[in-house]
Every structure is written in structure tokens, then in C-alpha cells.
Write a protein that binds this ligand. Structure first.
Ligand code: MN
Length: 414
């Protein structure tokens, strides 16, 4: 049944009634609190709850303000979050109780552009995977040659590393330019990185977890997911190339990771399920999954070069290009008994696809700097330069349905 939203924009853009995202931040001159969004407006959940519109959720929504993030709400679990989404979806359409109380409505909605959106949750642990075969093959070929592009383990398990939660930031932040050790002709040199890069990634935030010592299978881990976000895993390729052997990325990744301000509930994405890559080798039981396992979510990266007013689209990709699913990544996270907790972040790794325009980091786009991007006005980019802004967007579309992720924006500083 077609839904008629209470708030629309002239352009029809912004958050649809099918999205109902969850976020956290300051809006309408109030202290930071739990938010949702419709059209180009944020919706104050705490005010709605106080007025009795969200029965059963008052306490958790209120606790978000003192906690400084959506964690108390997330801890209700995936199913309860789904119920809250449906409740809001009913309230935010024509003919609802809220529609009859226009004074109330005017008090709880504020333009997104006037709001200060924070990181949506306080993130406990963070793991970054390497789940696109296209990315792994292109990067592997660059560093080890075509024959050994994929390591022997890659098709058997979702490769990942434990990231750093202390340097995860929200949208619209300036990222410090990293310095470190890079390989020189006569040994290592300490210098400002000359290969600062972005990585377009898809992430999930967990709403519940498993007990220490109790691994979960890929058929079980979907229940843990509270929602999905966009992630920019900023990287320093020259530092990475020197430091990554033999334990994987470290300081080349831990200087910053940007996360989008809005969490999209898995129920909103169910209509966008698609068949993905079939496993190329028989999988261990804990990684096996039945049903339609992937999502058709369109992803874009835009570069707003320092000193230029226009932004340029430099990547068009899709989450359906991922080889491993988030459920498989979470299952592998727990295989030896490691516990997942509510408020953890799991990111997919660079979501590159087969086509040239779907290469989702500068390392791939410019083939490690050897074929620079040509920008308007004749400027060239091998990697990022000080002042460059990276804007990542995500959305899913099917018939009249549209679910929007909004964007995550970050500017690399001096
Ligand atoms: Mn990454």
C-alpha cells in the first residue's frame, strides 16, 4: 500500500517514509538526543516519546541523551528496533495521530541542514573485513602479481583485522593528515604520507551479541544486526605497504574511520535482497547460508577537490558485488568463541565491483598512482591532497520503494 508521508520536499529527495533511519544529534536548539528523519527534516524522538506517541520506548529513548548515543535504544535488539521503525512509519503519514496535532509536529521537526549530527552510537569494538573479491584481486595483483593476487585462504574465510574504535568519527569531520614510516630507497623514511586514500565500505552496527565462548553460525548472526551504515576507511597506502607484513594493517588505517550519521534498519532493506556471488569452494558449515543473501544497495563516491567548487563522481558501486555477506563476516568473527557486543561496528572492506567505474578507492582507480584521475580544469589526482573532501552516498530503489542512507562526508586536512 502506498504511504503518504507527512513531510515531503519539493524535489522528492531526502529520506522516504520507507527509510525511517535512526540517528543522534542536536536539532532545534535542544541537547543531543535520539532522532529519526523524513524528507529533509529530522524528527525528535525524545519529544515524541515524552508526549506519549512511542509507548514502550520512552525509557530507552530518554537514556540515549545521557549516554551520548543510540546504544540504549540499540540494546533493545533488532526486533524491537524494527517495531519502533513501524510505529514511526505509521505516525509520520497522513491521517495519523501526529497529523492531527500539527502544533506538536511543528515542534519536533527541524531541517537536517540546521542539525548537528553526531556519530550515531558509541562504538565498542571495530573489525574491518576484505569481502570484495574484485578489490582483493586488483590490490593483490598490484602487490604480489596476478598469479598470487588472492591468498589461498581468501575463498574459505572472510579475511579481516581488528580495527581501532577510538579514532572512529562521524560525518563532516576534518581528518588529520597522517605521517609515518614509509619504505625509501635506502631504508625507511619518516614523512607525511604521499598516498592518502579513502575506502568505500558498507558497515553494520550490532544491537545484540553472543556470550564469550559461544560461536554463532551465519544462519544466526543476522539477528544481531541493528542496522547498516556507510563507512570511509581512510588509508595511507605508503605507510601500509611498509608496515602490513606479517600481521596486517595497523597505523596506516587507525588515524581515522568516518561513519555515516544514520543507521538503516535491516527490515527497510529486505525488499532489496538479491542473489550474490556463489561460494567458489565448499564452505565450512558455520559459514553456509541459505536464501537470498545479498543486498542491491547503490553506492557512490564523490570527490570535492580542494580549491574547486564542484564535486565529481569518481565511483559507482553496489553492495551486491561483495563476495562475503555481513552474516558470514559476523559468524567468522565468533568462530573461536569471540563475543560480539551491542554497539560494535563491522565493516565490509572496500566495495569494489568488476567495472572500472566501480573501483572504490584511489589505489584501484589510479592503479597505485600510475594513471591519475583527470579533474575539471585539468588537475590530476593520484591520491588525495590536503583539503580534498570525500562524500559517500548510498540508496536502494525498486519501483516506488526507495531507502536512503544519506551520506558520510569527510575532509582530509593539512
Ligand atoms: Mn578497509
Amino acid at each position: 500500500m502506498a504511504r503518504s508521508p507527512l513531510l515531503t520536499t519539493d524535489t522528492g529527495e531526502g529520506f522516504s517514509i520507507d527509510t525511517i533511519p535512526f540517528g543522534f544529534g542536536e536539532a532545534g536548539g535542544k541537547q543531543a538526543a535520539a532522532l529519526s528523519a523524513l524528507g529533509d527534516q529530522v524528527v525528535q524522538l525524545e519529544s515524541l516519546a515524552t508526549q506519549g506517541f512511542l509507548p514502550g520506548f520512552e525509557e530507552s529513548i530518554k537514556m540515549c541523551s545521557s549516554y551520548g548515543g543510540l546504544n540504549p535504544l540499540l540494546k533493545l535488539g533488532r526486533d524491537r528496533l524494527g517495531e519502533l521503525r513501524l510505529l514511526l512509519q505509521d505516525l509520520l503519514q497522513v491521517g495519523s495521530e501526529l497529523d492531527k496535532d500539527r502544533t506538536m509536529l511543528a515542534n519536533i521537526v527541524h531541517p537536517i541542514d540546521d542539525s548537528n549530527l553526531h556519530l550515531p552510537v558509541y562504538i565498542g569494538d571495530y573489525t574491518d573485513f576484505y569481502a570484495s573479491k574484485y578489490h582483493a584481486e586488483r590490490v593483490g595483483a598490484m602487490f604480489r602479481g596476478k598469479e598470487q593476487a588472492l591468498q589461498p585462504n581468501w575463498r574459505h574465510l572472510p579475511v579481516g583485522y581488528h580495527g581501532r574504535s577510538s579514532s572512529i568519527v562521524g560525518s563532516n569531520r576534518i581528518i588529520n593528515w597522517p605521517s609515518g614510516q614509509v619504505k625509501g630507497e635506502n631504508g625507511p623514511v619518516f614523512q607525511a604520507s604521499e598516498k592518502v586514500d579513502f575506502e568505500l565500505e558498507f558497515g553494520c552496527i550490532t544491537a545484540s551479541g553472543n556470550s564469550l565462548g559461544e560461536p554463532l553460525s551465519a544462519e544466526q548472526t543476522g539477528d544481531l544486526i541493528g542496522g547498516y551504515v556507510l563507512v570511509n576507511d581512510w588509508s595511507a597506502r605508503d605507510i601500509q605497504a611498509w608496515e602490513y607484513v606479517p600481521l596486517g594493517p595497523f597505523t596506516s588505517k587507525n588515524f581515522a574511520t568516518s561513519v555515516s550519521p544514520w543507521i538503516i534498519h535491516p527490515d527497510a532493506l529486505e525488499p532489496f535482497r538479491v542473489e550474490g556471488a556463489s561460494p567458489e569452494v565448499p564452505l565450512q558449515t558455520y559459514l553456509q547460508q541459505t536464501g537470498i543473501t545479498h543486498y542491491d544497495i547503490k553506492l557512490e563516491v564523490w570527490l570535492k577537490p580542494a580549491g574547486l567548487d564542484e564535486k565529481v563522481k569518481i565511483c559507482t558501486s553496489n553492495t551486491s558485488h561483495l563476495y562475503w555477506t555481513m552474516e558470514q563476516m559476523l559468524a567468522h568473527q565468533t568462530v573461536t568463541g569471540c563475543n560480539i557486543r551491542p554497539g560494535d561496528l563491522y565493516a565490509s572492506g572496500t566495495v569494489s565491483g568488476p567495472a572500472p567505474e566501480s573501483r572504490a578507492c584511489m589505489l584501484e582507480i589510479t592503479e597505485n598512482g600510475s594513471t591519475p584521475l583527470k579533474l575539471p580544469g585539468g588537475k590530476l589526482r593520484s591520491f588525495l591532497e590536503p583539503g580534498d573532501q570525500i562524500i559517500m552516498k548510498g540508496y536502494a530503489e525498486k519501483g516506488d520503494l526507495r531507502v536512503d542512507f544519506g551520506e558520510v562526508r569527510g575532509q582530509i586536512g593539512e
